[in-house]
Design a protein around this ligand. Sequence first.
Ligand code: ADP
Ligand code: MG
Length: 289
Amino acid sequence: SVPAAVAAGLSSGARHGLLMKGGAVMETAAKTTLVAFDKTGTLTEGRPQITDIVPLHGDAATLLATAAAVETGSNHPLAQAILSRAEAEGAAVPQATQAAAIPGRGARAEIAGETCSVGAPRLAAEAGVLGEADRATAEALERAGKTVVTVFTADRLLGLIAMRDEPRADAAEAVAALKRMGINSVMLTGDNPATARAIADSLGIEARAGLLPEDKVAALRDLAGEAHVMMVGDGINDAPALATAHLGIAMGSGTHVALEAADGALLRDRVMDVAGQIRLARATMANIR
Ligand code: ADP
Ligand code: MG
């Protein structure tokens, strides 16, 4: 019967960490014609490593310690990179209060009575503290495939920190496997266009960069007009995007928020499982027809 075939498909998937929240999700997954991937933590390892610390006032250790204090309010992979480097160096992290993430942009906190922020160069530019020379420094690092964050107060840029996040080992292979199944892939990212291009080219995927969380939602609405879209994200800032696609799948350990907002999850950190999940859904739906 129909329910038996679907139940068998769901449980077979679950045994391999491919979770789908019910038969309707299975049916929709089988129709996927386009997969929209989040970049950080989904197509990439999500474990960026600091490559450059560029202080403009004071020394590198102080810049790192200040950034770490601000990032205590964020669970973003870039925040983790800064916090673990500070810990590894035994940095004297100052006390921060009201530390909070700014989704898709950065984080902010109060340190010694001053508001301090860490975020994309765009955030510093909006705050009016990114000069021409500093912008040029940031862009040179970005062209080298690095993600650059700025550290600044209300009236000055304290410095830049550059990080590199490697693509997952099976990401290019997964994009190719989907292509063979007749499924296109696109990378949606809040990262800057230069860094995004470097990674997208290495994976053979199209990229839409510089997207704020609300821009990702708009991009998905746009894509969903022409294709049956599965969105795959790690869930950090992705909940609205996951909810907008025809199907939202959380990948990896993910966050509770993402699992709640998603229609399914891939519990192993493998991009190839996206193709596996669609293959399973197709086979299951073929069985009941
Ligand atoms: P992605 O789409 O790659 O997952 P996000 O939307 O999570 O990226 O973030 C977009 C950009 O915002 C990052 O590349 C970074 O410049 C900035 N950003 C977001 N969160 C933080 C943070 N906690 N610290 C510093 N920068 C951040
Ligand atoms: Mg993300």
